[in-house]
Design a protein around this ligand. Structure first.
Ligand SMILES: [Zn+2]
Ligand SMILES: [Zn+2]
Length: 306
């Protein structure tokens, strides 16, 4: 088993194409696969490969003047946890759908260390709120005790959630959380721009760094990840339930109808009953052989970058 490393940095990149070419060559040379998003506002990547290849990748990154202080978060994994290498240029390094010159990473919520975040979450009271900024499929299988979630499918829906629930944050100290920290940067800047919360914080390094220090702490269940592993088990709690029958269950899978491929959490009994599909409609299509079926050997498809 090799390593999957995840990193991001908000830094002004004048020529994203040059960075893209460099990253492509570097990853191909090292046999890495994964996903790297580059924008004028920075870089956001997740790549997997052998331990030696990842070490060489990190060295090359840290040698580049833009990325000397990059914080890499590692976990066990490999290149084949990704279907391919994707290096792309985007307007934002996480799609929030907000103008990068208006809501910038320069005006973000204060970073709390994992210890400070632990204290904040374990001492939660009427004046504090923990907002999990991740999507509902991530929240479903693992989350912080006492946190709230926006029940969103895509991160870009978060600003509307904040607007619609602005009273929730009035006069409160808010701690935001996400997988490795990148989403909370500009999300916290957005909440700050509303001037309602008494303080806005985010966890430095996100859930990833928190659970490294507190594997049996306030975060319970599994940490959802955006590669073929789907999730990383943090502790023995099962916080998820089967979408169909409601029993305690937390293994995500995908609808076997290749054209649907919707991600769901369904227990083995329900999966069998519904022919590994997400709905009556898909199970009928599969039953009548009207659609292409995902082959068994195919890796579980991964939802696009949050
Ligand atoms: Zn079930
Ligand atoms: Zn389906």
């Amino acid at each position: 088993m090799g390593i999957i490393t995840i990193y991001y940095k908000y830094v002004a990149i004048e020529d994203p194409h040059a960075i893209m070419r460099w990253q492509k060559n570097l990853c191909i040379e090292l046999g890495l696969k994964g996903r790297i998003l580059i924008a004028k506002e920075g870089i956001n990547g997740t790549v997997g490969g052998t331990s030696d290849a990842i070490a060489a990748y990190k060295k090359a990154m840290l040698d580049h003047p833009f990325f000397t202080d990059l914080d890499f978060k590692d976990s066990p994994g490999e290149a084949d946890h990704f279907s391919k290498l994707r290096v792309v240029i985007r307007p934002e390094i996480v799609h929030l759908g907000l103008d990068t010159t208006q809501i910038t990473a320069r005006d973000v919520g204060k970073h709390l260390s994992p210890e400070q975040a632990h204290q904040f979450i374990s001492q939660k009271n009427d004046n504090t709120i923990v907002l999990d900024t991740r999507n509902k499929s991530e929240w479903k299988i693992g989350r912080f005790n006492g946190a709230v979630n926006a029940d969103i499918e895509y991160f870009r829906e978060l600003p509307a959630y904040i607007d619609q629930n602005i009273d929730l944050f009035k006069g409160k100290e808010v701690l935001m959380a996400c997988t490795a920290g990148v989403r909370c940067e500009r999300a916290s800047a957005y909440l700050k721009s509303k001037n309602v919360a008494t303080a806005v914080y985010q966890i430095k390094g996100g859930i990833h760094r928190y659970v490294e220090q507190f594997p049996d702490g306030e975060f319970r269940g599994k940490n959802y990840v955006f590669d073929g592993r789907i999730s990383v088990k943090i502790n023995d709690d099962i916080v998820g339930t089967c979408d169909r029958c409601g029993i305690s269950y937390d293994e995500p899978s995908n609808c076997i109808n290749a054209e649907c491929n919707r991600q769901l959490v369904t227990c083995p009994t329900c999966r069998e009953k519904w022919l590994n599909t997400c709905s009556e409609k898909c199970s009928q299509l599969v039953h009548n052989k009207l659609v292409r079926i995902r082959t068994k050997s195919a890796k579980i498809e991964v939802t696009p970058t949050p």
